[in-house]
Design a protein. Structure first.
Length: 359
């Protein structure tokens, strides 16, 4: 079995200075140089020099219109991510549909297109690169920096490494790959913590995903950084139902939720989430995907089944996240941002040494 690639979702004091400054701005939405210095422990002079470089390269921009007087009496000009100069390319390969998207450096989707693909065939990355080039043509003046390639690799019987290398060859861009469920967990972590940084609590966060596929992934806070590691399938997780599965057994989770009525499906998924919680003992549980969240009236049923099936005494918070139909685009663009967030000045050079995919 192949190891799914690790996706780093927060970086700390051991990352490059520019990564720390960018991380702080990203987490807060906007931050002044003083606020960045206080939050990171970097000197105001270092933050000032680094911010100047990031502004010059179109990664950050100043918002003097939102200036407030800072603690030192100087006006604190907020910095925010510059959403206008650069884009990332996100490619998501599903079983029947592939999605190509362009995202800005704040992780928002600017454009996307879906392409049907023959079930069972290898992804046509040449075609998908051409779609990316077409989308780039609709956003003139923007510079593509990196690409992210996301798929349920095991379900497709593919290895992410060779596919990522091929996409790199086609686009000339640094490419990062991610597993479908890990990438969705990373996107969820990222977007939630940007809205509510106070919930960026440490420890282990368990994401259970159910929609086109069922599985789980975890975000692990390692002190200086948080990584989404491990993604496991729950396709053949035993539920005790009598539903036959193509694998020859009965009661496998994916086959069961396909045919159960909505209330029974909610109970089955909640029970599975409770059992997975007991195996991993996380500090919080996030339930993701339309099979969990599709019917708001059944959220209580999911939670009741979860509570009934978790045997660990210490209660942990359970929450739901609703992603819309753009989850493929968002997850692929989240993965694509990795190299920028790791080393923004290394990734965005002054001469913009990145190449557009050839049309
Ligand atoms: Zn099965």
């Amino acid at each position: 079995m192949t190891r799914s690639p690790i996706i780093t979702v927060s970086r700390g004091r051991f990352s490059p200075t520019a990564a720390q400054v960018l991380e702080r701005v990203r987490a807060a939405g906007r931050a002044s140089r003083d606020e960045i210095a206080t939050a990171t422990g970097l000197s105001v002079a270092t933050v000032g020099r680094t911010a100047a470089l990031l502004i010059e390269r179109g990664v950050l921009r100043e918002r003097p219109d939102l200036a407030r007087t800072g603690v030192t009496g100087r006006p604190g000009i907020p910095l925010e991510i510059d959403p206008d100069r650069h884009v990332t390319i996100g490619v998501h390969v599903g079983r029947r549909i592939a999605t190509v998207a362009l995202g800005d450096l704040a992780g928002r989707i600017l454009a996307s297109r879906t392409v049907c693909r023959p079930s069972g065939a290898d992804p046509d990355l040449e075609q998908l690169s051409r779609v990316a080039a077409t989308l780039l043509g609709t956003l003139p003046g923007r510079n593509p920096l990196t690409a992210g390639l996301v798929a349920p690799w095991r379900d497709l019987g593919l290895l992410p490494g060779p596919q990522g290398a091929l996409l790199h060859e086609l686009t000339g861009l640094p490419v990062r790959t991610g597993d479908h469920i890990s990438a969705i967990a990373a996107a969820e972590f990222w977007h939630r913590h940007r809205r509510r940084p106070e919930r960026a609590a440490g420890g282990l966060t368990l994401y259970v995903y159910a929609r086109d596929t069922v599985g789980w992934s975890v975000a692990v806070d390692r002190g200086a950084q948080t990584d989404v590691t491990r993604a496991a399938s729950l396709t053949h997780f035993p539920t005790g139902s009598a539903v036959p599965c193509p694998c020859g057994r009965t009661g496998c989770l994916a086959a069961s939720i396909d045919v159960l009525d909505p209330a029974e499906r909610a109970r089955t998924l909640g029970a599975a989430a409770g059992t997975v919680r007991d195996m991993l003992s996380p500090d919080r549980v996030v339930l993701v995907g339309q099979a969990f969240t599709g019917d708001p009236r059944l959220l209580d049923v999911v939670v009741a089944a979860y509570d009934a099936h978790t045997a660990l005494e210490r209660p942990v918070p359970v929450s739901f996240t609703r992603f819309g139909s753009d989850i493929q685009a968002i997850s692929a663009c989240t993965v694509a941002l990795g190299p920028v967030l790791d080393d923004p000045l290394g990734c965005v050079t002054t001469d913009d040494a990145c190449h557009r995919p050839s049309a």
